[in-house]
Design a protein around this ligand. Structure first.
Ligand code: ATP
Length: 451
């Protein structure tokens, strides 16, 4: 983990938030390369969920969430972690993460009894802060997918089974944020709520577990680093009938990367009016505030069905950490030297190609490198860099370390015959190619096809 943290800071992937004022625990900022990798992960998820399927629509809902949404969702009552205080050093800890009954800070056993601590952030809304007009920062993106269920159905005429996908920020006031970006207070989720008829829910649950594992593998996370955990009944969230966690071997241990829950008819039922007409399976709080029935009507029987929901919910930051960890390697080279490589899948690489003139500030070489850069950038495959450093070896090392799949060197021969040296990050093999051929090479590498 220390090596990954150091690489992230050194190369501009991730910085401690508010660092110049001493930093703030559990918050991180994503630098020039981090934002590219993060966007690429989110884009890959969105493409697989929305573009590659015919049964999923997208949504981007607000972060500030009305109290009623999180009251009826059950979060006000149950979204808590057990907290203990150390009476000696005054530190606070999550009771379920203690090793025995000892304070991890000062090793004292003088701890309070655990008490529930609600993880939701509250903020006041409007010009008068008298405590009555407040909203929550959403603790998961899911809830406003549920509250928009009818809007999406009415505007798209979607029929069951179908899903609504959303990527966006979520906030949890974690008692002990830790392990770099693994547990933070502000993060992003990639969530799909997949609505299906009761009775088909278990089949869909299994299908989504398989689909999600396949997606992680396509991002370069090897199957050997993943494990499935069937959450036991006494650990299930209040809305869940069954949950399968995809666990990843993080540098600090085996922990949850993504959860795939069968949320039954709990959420749509909870946010609906006239619940007694809906034949709900889930035990829900009586709702006197909603003005909507979140159900679909069977055309033949005219019965109202409240769909069951399967929810694959993945954290972008945990995905980022897993993908970095999988990609990171230090290789021994001849002469006792080493090189650090981020073997990222090309579609995730922050920089797709670097174009390097052999000599710094040489008019002819730089002009040609700039032209190649512009042509490759024009393919719209992601960011391409002109590396006018004049030090080829150093540029190769930097680009190996940040995961750039191709480095293209423009030399004096290039000026004569229009060919350049193309170096592959993983094999370090160098080929002489014409500019036209680099374009299709790059397309193949990133899209899997040069069309
Ligand atoms: P944990 O048990 O690790 O706290 P959780 O079961 O509460 O996680 P979910 O509510 O299932 O997490 O959230 C779905 C996903 O959101 C998780 O699988 C994880 O990837 C991500 N996530 C949840 N909490 C955090 C956090 N504090 N920091 C970063 N990612 C998070």
């Amino acid at each position: 983990m220390d090596e990954l943290v150091a690489l992230c800071k050194r190369r501009g992937f991730i910085f401690q938030a508010n660092e110049i004022y001493g930093g703030m625990q559990g918050l991180y900022d994503y630098g020039p390369l981090g934002v590219e990798l993060k966007n690429n992960i989110k884009h890959s998820w969105w493409a697989s969920m929305v573009y590659d399927r015919d049964d999923v629509e997208g949504l981007d809902a607000s972060i500030l969430t009305a109290q009623n949404v999180l009251k009826y969702s059950g979060h006000e009552d149950t979204f808590t972690d057990p907290m203990v205080d150390c009476k000696d050093c005054k530190s606070r800890w999550r009771a379920d993460q203690l090793d025995g009954s000892q304070c991890p800070g000062c090793k004292s056993k003088n701890l309070t009894e655990p008490r529930p601590f609600n993880l939701m952030f509250k903020t006041s809304v409007g010009p008068i802060d008298d405590g009555t007009s407040f909203a929550y920062l959403r603790p998961e993106t899911a809830q406003n997918i549920f509250t928009n269920f009818k809007n999406v159905v009415d505007s798209t005429s979607k029929k069951l089974p179908f899903g609504i996908a959303q990527v966006g920020k979520a906030f949890r006031n974690e008692i002990t944020p830790r392990n770099f970006i693994f547990r933070v207070r502000e993060f992003e989720q990639m969530e799909l709520e997949f609505f299906c008829l009761k009775g088909t829910d278990e089949k869909w649950h299994k299908e989504w577990v398989d689909a999600r594992i396949a997606w992680w593998e396509a991002q370069g996370v090897s199957k050997d680093s993943l494990e499935l955990y069937n959450v036991p009944e006494d650990e299930l969230a209040h809305y869940s009938k069954a949950t399968v966690d995809i666990m990843y071997k993080f540098p600090h241990g085996l922990e949850e990367l993504e959860g795939i829950a069968n949320r039954t008819d709990f959420d749509l039922g909870s946010h609906s009016k006239n619940q007694s007409e809906l034949n709900l399976d889930a035990l829900v709080k009586e709702n006197k505030d909603s003005n909507s029935k979140l159900a679909v009507q069977d055309i033949e029987t005219k019965n109202w069905n409240v769909p069951y929901v399967i929810e694959p919910s993945a954290g972008v930051e945990r995905g980022f950490l897993a993908i970095l960890n999988e990609a990171y390697r230090v290789e021994s080279l001849e002469g006792g030297k080493e090189r650090t490589v981020l073997g990222l899948k090309a579609h995730l690489s922050p920089i797709k190609a670097a174009v390097i003139p052999l000599k710094r500030n040489h008019d002819g070489l730089v002009a040609m490198a700039q032209e190649i850069k512009n042509e490759l950038q024009g393919l719209k495959l992601g960011r391409v860099l002109l590396e006018n450093s004049g030090n080829i070896g150093k540029s190769y090392r930097r680009h190996d370390e940040i995961g750039t799949p191709l480095c293209i060197t423009v030399d004096f021969e290039s000026l004569e015959d229009g060919t350049v040296t193309v170096r592959d990050r993983d094999s370090m093999k160098q080929d002489r190619l014409k500019i036209q051929d680099i374009k299709s090479e790059l397309k193949k590498l990133i899209n899997g096809t040069d069309v």
